[in-house]
Write a protein that binds this ligand. Structure first.
Ligand code: GTP
Ligand code: MG
Length: 170
């Protein structure tokens, strides 16, 4: 039967990791070399057809700057899915991603579909986080993992599609 689900999705991760760029690519097909740092959070929505179901994502793109950290629970509370984003050219951003995973494990919805995105995978020559390391971490912590590039479009639709596929059906 046809079904339609609304799914709240939150993006979390270090400032500059590329959360807004991933959303902008997914929702509008755009990429900006000088994307402005998000203030507070930004809201988007996008609908995806998955098999005979329609998933309407209500997307909260949070701000990675530390001073906005205390706002995050408002956005991940009740979320059906989360994408934790780091930048493959920054070890610090990977460490920050692990902190977000821990915070969600403690305080998030236990049934949340969680994805780990190793973004900026076009920057292979500046890579600091190996695919292997991130993949192992994701497996050990029950996330699914993809390396993405908002710039070159690698795995952007795929990560949203995979989340949609994994959402529990009503
Ligand atoms: P905050 O809003 O501060 O939390 O940052 P953010 O995670 O939303 O990062 P944002 O999308 O603003 O991207 C930061 C910078 O990285 C921008 O200048 C983007 O153009 C750049 N960027 C984002 N994604 C990619 C990517 O896949 N490849 C490359 N090369 N640059 C990217
Ligand atoms: Mg942003």
């Amino acid at each position: 039967a046809n079904s339609s689900i609304d799914a709240k999705l939150v993006l979390l991760g270090d400032m500059g990791a590329g959360k807004s760029s991933l959303v902008l690519r997914f929702v509008k097909g755009q990429f900006l070399e000088f994307q402005e740092s998000t203030i507070g959070a930004a809201f988007f929505s996008q609908t995806l057809a998955v098999g005979d179901a329609t998933v309407k994502f209500e997307i909260w793109d949070t701000a990675g700057q530390e001073r906005y950290h205390s706002l995050a629970p408002m956005y991940y509370r009740g979320a059906a899915a989360a994408i934790i984003v780091y930048d493959i050219s920054s070890s610090e951003s990977f460490e920050r991603a692990k902190k977000w995973v821990q915070e969600l494990q403690k305080q998030g919805n236990p049934n949340m579909v969680r994805a780990l995105a190793g973004n900026k995978c076009d920057l292979e020559d500046k890579r600091k986080v190996t695919t292997e390391e991130a993949c192992t971490y994701a497996e050990e912590n029950g996330l699914f993992f993809l390396e993405t590039s908002a710039k070159t479009v690698i795995n952007v639709n795929d990560i949203f599609y995979e989340i949609a596929r994994r959402l529990p059906r009503a």
